[in-house]
Design a protein around this ligand. Sequence first.
Ligand code: APR
Length: 356
Amino acid sequence: MPFEIVKNDITRMRVDAIVNAANNSLLGGGGVDGAIHRAAGPQLLEECRALGGCATGEAKLTRGYNLPSQFVIHTVGPIWRGGSEGEPAQLAACYRNSLTLAKEQGCDSIAFPLISAGAYGYPKAQALQVAMDEVTRFLSDNDMMVYLVAYTRDAIELTGDLMNEVAAYIDDVYVQERHDFDRTARRSQYLRDGAPRGTPDPGSLFRRPHREDNARNETVFSEANVERLTAMQGEVQDVAQGRRGETFAAMVSRVMEEKGIADGECVRRANVDRRLLGKIRNNQDYKPSKQTALAFALALELSLDEARELLAKADYGLSHGSRTDVAVEYCITTGRYDVTALNTVLFKLNLQPLGY
Ligand code: APR
């Protein structure tokens, strides 16, 4: 996954370069600046002294010294003065110039703090939007693992209403695995009666509970079994639509061609490594992770039925027993296909992001 938001202390990140939210003097300070200087040791300050400061929006490189990262890229974000004094452009330049410098150094990975969103007072949600826009723009033409490191989960705030809408939808729709009990039992009845010849008896999917529980004739479900039942339902649909033989890889290629989605655009939208698409292309039996399959369902802007069809080809389903699946279902039904925006919501909900 080329762009990921993670909760951590940036001084602990094991990447090629970490970015410091410095001030124009480059002589240290509080916040992330202070943390980086403390962790790197006094040699960092000595090297910074020789740099002669840094203009707002610019970026300068030093070694990392005692830090796990080889380099520190020092950049100076704008102080927020209401937003009409060029702050957004200056902040964008911080990310752009830092990424360019990292690329010139041959870095494969980089970690950013949320620049200007602390002492410099930049509204968090707007600072995040600038960061996401610049990073995704860079990643549409470059291969690099980019982390945005949030010191605390509430350091990340989103613009717009996606967060509230997804959270509300999950509240409405997400059902504990337990309550899926009846729904899945009904589905297994459908599969048994309505499924075409040759569908394995779904009863084999259910782990029988410990012996004495049998008296209560209760069947214990695992979410994996719910997944497999949902996937089987998808396969039943495939049979109906005559695409039973189409693999996950073949469906991805077919939809990309039908919709004129180029490789670069597809991986950017799905927030996956470019090499992954090559893997999918070269191995027709490629089985993606659930997170990757969901990312492609959004990147290809599939309908809910098409998304279920794609997931079923990788033996997954969309289950109301999974908050991530419910969030994805909301985005598909409302046409919000932005994986990066949804990943920010998933980060806030402490759920695993989509992508590779
Ligand atoms: N790891 C990751 N993120 C951190 C860490 C850390 N160890 N410490 C702070 N942060 C986060 C803050 O929560 C905030 O979201 O970094 C973001 C930027 O906050 P600041 O460090 O205050 O940076 P900024 O707002 O750009 O202000 C820069 O503050 O420290 C001084 O010398 C610095 O004068 C400069 C000003």
